[in-house]
Design a protein around this ligand. Sequence first.
Ligand SMILES: [Zn+2]
Length: 413
Amino acid sequence: MPERGIFAAGTVMPVSAPPIPDGALLVEAGKISAVGPLEEIRRENPGVPVRNFAGSTIVPGAVNAHAHLGFRTKDAPPGGTFSGWLTKLIERLPEKEVWTAEAARDSAREAVEAGTTLMAESSPYGECLPQLAESGMAGTVFAEFFPGDYDGAEPGEVVEAIIVRVRAMNEGLPDRVHARVSVHSPYTVDPESSRIAARRTREMGWTLAYHLSESPEEVEFVREGTGGLADIFGSNAWGGVGVSPVRYAEGIELLAPETIAAHLATGVGEEEIEILARSGVAVAHCPRSNENLGCGVSPVPEMMRSGVRVGMGTDGLWSSPSMNLFEETMAAVRLHGFDGATGLRLATLEGARVLGAEHETGSLEPGKWADFAVVEDAPDGSDPELAMLEAAADGGVAATVAGGDVIYNRAYS
Ligand SMILES: [Zn+2]
């Protein structure tokens, strides 16, 4: 990538501003320094090389606010119910070790080829960090820890151990790739370890990933201490507290602006939405995974109306059919009746807000990283954003650029 370059297309959709016909971006040292009509940008920057994706649309890169890289489609456990699926997943963890790294590389590649430039990935002890780091995407790998793995240790010791490990993981990474901590879920991490992890990571200014209120079984576990999840873990030691998962999470101080809670697919009523809005927690919406695992429909429009930050997540290939965030977004558009502009915002700028990265990426504005996707087929019809999303969902991404680097280029190599 030359130090300065102009990227042009039939349409540029900045998201933060109306679409620009025959638009262009001026990119310098990986960042956007101007956005406008190609003619104007070229006139003001004579001699700067132009890469013209005529007949295509440039949009901000997709932001995947909740993903798992270490899975593959071909031998996914059957869906249907969450606890049935999770039982199979746990059974197969030992055999999966052999191919996790390869699956992570393939999943990351698939995401890049679908226009993704920023990803929040969660994996056990951050095992997929190498593959995210080498993918060219920016992002964060959230290391899930399981207190049961630390024989007899106190919650505080367990949390300190994972923090030390994650600090070390941050050494030597690309500038825009980070490792952080994830409290996996209300049913896998005890309340005291969860509370300490949330407090300690917040003190360090770290974001935190959490699975929350995903399945009917989780609601039953937290409320009653019974059901499929209590059976799997052979314990209901801290379940059965008589409240919803969201109330429980609030009680253990998990809900804060730094927390990215994935799913919120079931057990989320008016009271829960009020708690989410008040706490400032951000939400990753994974509608295809939720449908596949019998988890219900997340009340996304209601959360958005209450001011909750919501972005999109694909989850991983054992619960979801693809790593294509635009395809995930089309599922949300159909499910909730959104227009194309809302869908495009969810896939990009809203995802960046969820990850606390809205000042760096998520829209095409001067000062932000040059993170964008080139989608074939000029938009047409009454909803150009929707036509663009449909094309991107359907394999229409021809190139992906992250921090000014072309990390995927199908058509113009
Ligand atoms: Zn997940």
